[in-house]
Write a protein that binds this ligand. Structure first.
Ligand code: NAD
Ligand code: LMR
Length: 329
């Protein structure tokens, strides 16, 4: 293992997601057993003591791939030279809240972190935003980092993508590996649109394989879109291990590439594809290779899908207007 370690920053590292994510990253889930990783962990000052405890546990795992850990509350120090930044740290919503309620509470975190990344991150940095409202937080960070190419920012809709695969597998009796070309469109919120019209189950169109428009419309879509709230209701706190797992899946596929004849969902800056207003960070079907992504082109969008994509991107446009009003972008 002679390669230079990949420097990976995680913010909110002492939080719930951090407690699962750090151990996955350190044990090689991101880059495999042959590439060392150095963790740079950012927290607010009052959480540093708890974070020290987490680092003691990381030490105690004796992970062969973990080349070093640095912790701190100064974003410019922690982000210095990082190749990947996973921005998780933000307040989660509680029961009864929508993710949009977090706009002002969390938005300010991402102006400061965008600026710090702009100043000190490595030239090849990739930035994945998990903290909610993830799409608009990514937009805030991107706008505050004018020297970093816009395509280096993404927000996490991989959890929704994984949720959709799991629901479809259960409905059709297929295994999750039989399902390809799942797409989440739009915002990581209740307006998101999980699309079965382009997905496949064992090579067959998923909507046809299901053959039940009522289930698709009234069970599948709301179950996926409201899964975060259902977990908050059941657990008393928001999804954490599954969010960490999706954060790893998204970063791994971004850096290593998506599978042949398949695609993944990522919220990335819109170039106007599929009528999504330019500049919004919206979820699309993308293929990835060597740290780059491309929006899958040429999919036919019928009226049913059009209305749902438009509703979710209208919400993103409203969020953009709100954070513009707040002076965050
Ligand atoms: P948590 O409250 O357990 O942890 C958040 C951590 O962030 C805390 O330790 C807090 O001290 C830290 N933090 C706050 N401000 C910070 C700052 N300026 N810099 C660095 N760290 C800071 O929350 P959690 O359950 O780990 O969730 C984190 C975020 O992820 C929430 O916004 C949650 O809604 C979101 N989330 C997103 C998805 C997704 O699919 N996109 C899924 C689940 C959760
Ligand atoms: C989720 O989807 O589980 C997270 O975004 C948490 C939430 O607020 O729903």
């Amino acid at each position: 293992m002679s390669q230079t370690p990949l420097k990976v920053a995680v913010t909110g590292a002492a939080g719930q997601i951090g407690y699962s994510l750090l151990f996955r990253l350190a044990s090689g889930s991101l880059l495999g057993p042959d590439r060392p990783i150095e963790l740079r962990l950012l927290e607010i000052t009052p959480a540093l003591k708890a974070l020290e405890g987490v680092v003691m546990e990381l030490d105690d795992c004796a992970f062969p791939t973990l080349a070093g850990v640095e912790i701190g509350d100064d974003a410019e120090k922690i982000f210095d030279g990082v190749n990947l930044a996973l921005l998780v740290g933000a307040r989660p919503r509680g029961p009864g809240m929508e993710r949009g309620d977090l706009l002002s509470a969390n938005g300010a975190i991402f102006t400061a972190q965008g600026k710090a990344l702009n100043n000190v991150a490595a030239d090849d940095v990739r930035i994945g935003v998990t903290g909610n409202p993830a799409n608009t937080n990514a937009l805030i960070a991107m706008t505050n980092a004018p020297d970093i190419p816009q395509e280096r920012f993404s927000a996490l809709t991989r959890l929704d993508h994984n949720r959709a695969i799991s629901q479809l597998a259960a409905k059709t009796g297929a295994s999750v590996t039989d399902i390809k070309k799942m797409t989440i469109w739009g915002n990581h919120s209740a307006t998101q649109y999980p699309d079965l019209f382009h997905a496949e189950v064992k090579g067959q169109n998923a909507a046809e394989a299901v053959g039940d428009q009522d289930w698709l419309e009234n069970t599948f879509i709301p179950t996926v879109a409201k899964r975060g709230a259902a977990i908050i209701e059941a657990r008393g706190s928001s999804s954490a291990a599954s969010a960490a797992s999706a954060t790893v899946d998204a970063a791994r596929d971004w850096l290593h590439g998506s599978a042949e004849n398949d695609w993944v969902s990522m919220a990335v800056v819109s170039d106007g594809s599929y009528g999504v207003p330019e500049g919004l960070i919206s979820s699309f079907p993308v293929t990835t290779k060597d740290g780059n992504w491309e929006i899958v082109q040429g999919l036919e969008i019928d009226d049913f899908s059009r209305a749902r994509i438009d509703a979710s991107t209208a919400e993103l446009a409203d969020e953009r207007a709100a954070v513009t009003e707040l002076g965050l972008i």
